[in-house]
Design a protein around this ligand. Structure first.
Ligand code: THU
Length: 143
């Protein structure tokens, strides 16, 4: 797929700086590429009552969808514990995989990066096989 992966990863690192993570101290940034070539970024945002916490991937997705963007080609994700290098890649959690599937489908490219030069990429269809999505709810034309 023809786009600048390093630029998308850089955007994810830039967003990671804004992570609001007083509880987990796990810093995540994401950068979502629209089909038109725009980048929407997000960070994780935690909450004292824990469960309303929003992951970086969904923050980026919700920003984009709330501005009318519905088609995406790729997302870069970076994550690290406080003050550390990215020892492991951060892959989207199950909830984010499902939400990304809603708009990206099987083909969305997920770039999980430790640095601009060290990353792994997979299609969302590999991370969420047999995903349940909008097509499952389509009604036959004559119903
Ligand atoms: N988190 C993300 O933002 N994205 C992921 O892909 C994995 C987990 C966040 C949620 C929470 O703020 C922190 O990381 C620890 O789970």
């Amino acid at each position: 797929m023809d786009f600048d992966r390093k630029e998308l990863i850089r955007a994810a690192f830039a967003a990671q700086k804004y992570a609001y993570v007083p509880y987990s101290r796990f810093w995540v940034g994401a950068a979502l590429l629209t089909q038109e070539g725009e980048i929407y970024t997000g960070c994780n945002i935690e909450c004292a009552s824990y469960s309303p916490t929003n992951c970086a991937e969904r923050t980026a997705l919700f920003k984009a969808v709330s501005e009318g963007k519905h088609k995406f080609t790729a997302i870069a994700v970076v994550g690290s514990v406080q003050g550390q290098q990215n020892a492991l890649i951060t892959s989207p959690c199950g909830v984010c995989r499902q939400m990304l599937y809603e708009f990206g489908g099987d083909d969305l490219l997920v770039i999980m990066a430790k640095s601009e030069d060290d990353y792994q990429e997979m299609r969302l269809g590999e991370l969420l096989p047999l995903g349940f999505g909008p097509r499952n709810l389509e009604q036959p034309a004559d119903s």
